[in-house]
Ligand binder design. Structure first.
Ligand SMILES: [Zn+2]
Length: 111
């Protein structure tokens, strides 16, 4: 699968590296979606504490900009709850600890 990274102020502000990661449900292994994680260093991605709705790439969860909770489409486990990240006024989901796992698909150095 091919991805194109989103380049904007959000990725610029977070540092040198961005990654595409596949996020999946820890409980049933169902894919949640492909997601661009900005920031971190080359060897360390940083903790995944919240997911910004605008950072999902392919196979984005349905109604992500409207739902109050992020749920696994298969086992219906609640993975996170919706927040507005006030600093940037972005819709995001605060993840429950250990609710999801991720796998790095691609890493890129930001310009
Ligand atoms: Zn699940």
């Amino acid at each position: 699968m091919r991805f194109s990274f989103k380049e904007d102020n959000y990725s610029q502000n977070r540092g040198k590296y961005s990654r595409i990661i596949l996020i999946y449900c820890r409980k049933c292994k169902q894919n949640v979606g492909y997601y661009q994680k900005d920031g971190g260093t080359k060897s360390y991605m940083g903790q995944l504490r919240r997911l910004y709705a605008d950072r999902f790439l392919k196979s984005m969860p349905k109604n992500i900009f409207k739902d109050k909770e992020l749920r696994c489409s298969k086992c219906k486990e609640i993975l996170g709850t919706r927040i507005t990240y006030e600093k940037e006024k972005r819709i995001a989901f605060r993840l429950y600890v250990g609710a999801v796992k991720d796998k790095i698909v691609e890493i890129r150095k930001n310009k």
